[in-house]
Design a protein around this ligand. Sequence first.
Ligand code: AGP
Length: 591
Amino acid sequence: MCGIVGYVGEDRAKDILLTGLKNLEYRGYDSSGIAFMDNDIKIIKSVGKIKNLEDKLNYENVDDYKIGIAHTRWATHGEANLVNAHPHTVGRVTLVHNGIIENAKELKEELINEGINFNSETDTEVIAALINKYLDNDVIKTISKVMDLLKGSYSLGIIIEGVKDKIYIAKKDSPLVVGISDKGNFFASDITAINMFTNKFIFLDDNDVAEVTKDDVLFYSNGKKQEKSVNTINIDVNSKSKNGYPHYMLKEINEEPVVLEKTLKPYLEDFSSIPDLTAYGEIHIVACGSAMYAGMIGKTLFEEKANTRAICEVASEYRYKNNIYNNKTLVILISQSGETADTIAALKKAKELGQDTLAIVNVKTSTIAREADKAVFIEAGEEIAVATTKAYLLQVAVISLLALKLAYSKKLIDNIDTYLDEFKKIPRLVKNVIDRENEYKNISNEISNSNDVFFIGRKLDYAICLEGSLKLKEVSYIHSEAYQAGELKHGTISLISDGMPVFGILTDKELVEKSISNIIEVESRGAKTIIISKESLKQNKDLEICVPDVSSFTIGLLIVPVLQLIAYYTAVNRDCDVDKPKNLAKSVTVE
Ligand code: AGP
């Protein structure tokens, strides 16, 4: 997944495009580049973070350009090097691309047979070659013709030598938004790249093509001109500040009590506003990464508390399943960005097969928020750290409320006020947990030099392990695995060695004895066990962290911040790039 941004107007394109790129850096930071256009097209590229491009531009005479297209890359086709950095030029065509062209190899072979030479390993260069090949006076028609040849996903920003003052854009399956202002017009992969310049946005739909000039934007779909509605959206810009924290990740963890309060409040004040799922015989929860792990907590609660069959699958697998809808099924899609390609594909599949879809999503203007039958929003605000923390926690909170409502609607619990009061206390309890940072620093010191760490637990505790393990490995680069405590002895226990840290999550009274047996099994093989438990199940171990006793509807909301902070301090101990871990991107908009 990459980020693209472009501008045509009265102001200095360099400043606007660099700002846009910095706000898109969460989408990938292997390399970046800008193509400026006036009577000529000037391209500047660099490997690594946007700062490297900015430094390079300081030595270039580009301040007078008013038009440009820019790109920050997360490598999919070809190494993260300068040759593969965007923008790419073939003949008169220069463009930037976010997405993956699945038939790029075949198209490239045909073009090479026609005598066209390529410099890079990218699929993007193939698009430029095709547009250049078919280029005539009707650029919109040319682009539409090339789109018919492409399989896969793309959002494109295109400039044509000799066609001054115009940028062309096109979209299919990768997000693309236009920004409108009286000093020029913009395009970007998402509004956070340009919301500091305008609050007027137009979202492109699949197969849209547009011609962007300083004073106008003309939209076409399948070659026909079309009008699009303008959305006024105001974004809270102070999310860009770290507010004094050393990293966005720590800032965003500390925001968890506030955003929990903001998200829970309307539902706790009006319980009837929580969607009632009693009509469904089965619930499918589909997401990627941490969002899927939030779904695993939901699955456990739907099954255990609401007596409803629930499956939870990664979207990249779910989208290829067949014969999976036997009962009246609700498909719940969880996504912070609302632009994760695999989750979008799963959403489309569920809708094509006639299933009801409900999205739990943070970005209200995102594709998933707009295309799901119903959207339940979390109020995380902008989450900048690539490793999700506050958004994940809100995903857990919302899906837990859905499970609570379902259990209540099915008359499986009657003391609903007890549970609602518990949810009301959660923001303060989370604040108290977060403030115990010295305990987490101590645990981090115990694991920071480890090569391998395990997290073990049963049922809900296993679901918690999944996120704790992902958080640790994605920010500290320590290899980590979450394992069902009862399953470890069926092979993987052979990996346990002297001093290897194993986190044991203990919150389920009915299973605690069995989980303790599993903890003893690894201890007897040399593991250094670290217990994360709730007060009533305290084991009085040297390395143990207890959180207050709450029900299984909310225990995950107290345990996971502990694991997030342990991961954070471990990454800091290991001098990792906490907010932008290597190889990652915040929103995976490619499949
Ligand atoms: C988690 O820290 C990662 N950032 C990643 O697993 C993320 O949760 C996943 O890519 C899903 O993203 P989404 O919520 O925007 O769909």
